[in-house]
Write a protein that binds this ligand. Structure first.
Ligand SMILES: [Zn+2]
Length: 395
């Protein structure tokens, strides 16, 4: 892997770069380790071309994220040297990013500002504090909290803190007393905490989904007690734990659907992630309305097959390969249709472009309004999709 990366980097350095396009050639030795390194005669050459003019997608500025398990507090950060200049410089280079302190041990950690570093705290359940078991109680001292917060402030990382969700009242509601103590202490030190999570992979046997939802409301209210400091911090979670839990269900369902879907005939018509998401959302909304006996939605698009849905969706939104859209994205130098009678928009193609006069007459012997073609019943949408696909345009 390292060698391959070196090869790629070497070739990247040597590659030809024009203004907007990078050509990159990579040689692979085809797994023949006996051949001398300098002999590239039988090497396979792959050429990768990257268009730097157009971004496929954008990632957030905080794309890089780091989690350290709360368990490390139990070990008194003994494998982390937050004071190291080297570590700080490397961390700064990754900034901006999120840092999360969380994990299984988060639900066994109690903040105790009076507890001194290295001093064994009294275990709520009578066990040892610095033991290797994830699921025994332990304390986090003010010192341990300070070291982390000062490091995060120094390197410019945004902090997400996973709070202990298993501190509960007898009625099973979350008890925010210790979280409040942590917030009070942190506010007094002007520590910035970007977001909060409540618990780690809680299973439904421990806390019901409904209870956890109520607990998040409690957390939001507690944050509201710190209007200058944590009121505008965001909430994260909950995460999904292992099989058999109620929280696990959405993931299980997604898994089942993807397996089912992969058995179906696959469309060769390419569509973007955004389009797929919109179609799925529309499908699920329709399924929910059906289950709740709300009647069908007025939009018939989900009665079409997937290929037709994609075509209609693109024509409706204008987010397609037609020149009007490509021009907006600065991919094309013009928005004008090759027919020379106007911009190549969905409306132009469906209603006016002389290039498709014959196909249009075959599809709609009499005139049909654009609204009907794009937003009518399934019987109106199908010919529109068929027409679009038959134009040969890359819609
Ligand atoms: Zn035209």
């Amino acid at each position: 892997m390292f060698l391959q990366l070196t090869t790629i980097l070497l070739h990247l350095a040597l590659c030809t770069a024009t203004k907007d396009v990078v050509h990159l050639s990579v040689r692979s030795p085809q797994g023949d380790r006996t051949r001398p390194k300098e002999d590239n005669s039988a090497a396979e050459v792959a050429t990768v071309t990257a268009n730097l003019q157009q971004a496929v997608n954008r990632i957030g500025s905080h794309f890089v994220g780091v989690t350290i398990d709360s368990q490390q507090v139990r070990y008194n950060w003994n494998s982390f040297d937050f004071g190291s200049t080297k570590v700080q410089n490397m961390a700064k280079a990754l900034s901006p990013s999120y840092f999360r302190l969380g994990g299984t041990a988060a639900d066994y950690m109690t903040f105790d500002p009076t507890n001194q570093k290295g001093h064994k705290g009294e275990n709520l359940h009578g066990g040892q504090v610095y033991c290797s078991n994830f699921t025994t109680q332990f304390y986090m001292s003010a010192d341990q909290w300070d070291i982390l917060n000062k490091f995060l402030r120094a390197v410019g990382w945004d902090f997400i803190m996973d709070l202990n969700a298993l501190q509960r009242n007898t009625d099973m509601s979350w008890n925010p007393a210790n979280a409040r103590q942590l917030l009070q202490y942190s506010a007094s030190k002007n520590y910035t905490i970007a977001g909060f999570q409540l618990g780690n992979e809680l299973n439904a046997q421990a806390v019901s989904p409904a209870q956890l939802a109520a607990d998040y409301v409690t957390l939001q209210n507690v944050l509201g007690e710190f209007p200058q400091d944590y009121y505008s911090s965001f909430l994260v979670g909950p995460e999904t734990p292992r099989n058999g839990d109620q929280f696990y269900f959405p993931r299980l369902e997604a898994d089942r659907l993807s397996k089912e879907g992969s058995k179906l005939e696959q469309s060769v018509h390419p569509s973007s992630y955004g389009e797929e998401k919109t179609l799925l959302r529309s499908h699920f909304r329709a399924a929910w309305r059906e289950r709740l006996h709300l009647g069908a939605e007025e939009d018939d698009i989900h009665q079409l097959d997937r290929k037709q849905q994609v075509a209609i969706f693109r024509l409706r939104t204008g987010h397609c390969q037609l020149l009007s859209h490509l021009y907006r994205l600065k991919i094309s130098h013009t928005d004008q249709c090759p027919c020379g009678t106007g911009p190549q928009t969905p409306e132009h193609v469906l209603q006016a472009c002389p290039t498709f006069d014959t196909l249009r007459r075959q599809t709609w012997p009499s005139e049909v309004q654009l609204r009907e073609k794009l937003w009518g019943t399934a019987a109106s949408l199908r010919p529109t999709a068929g027409f679009a696909l038959n134009t040969g345009l890359d819609i």
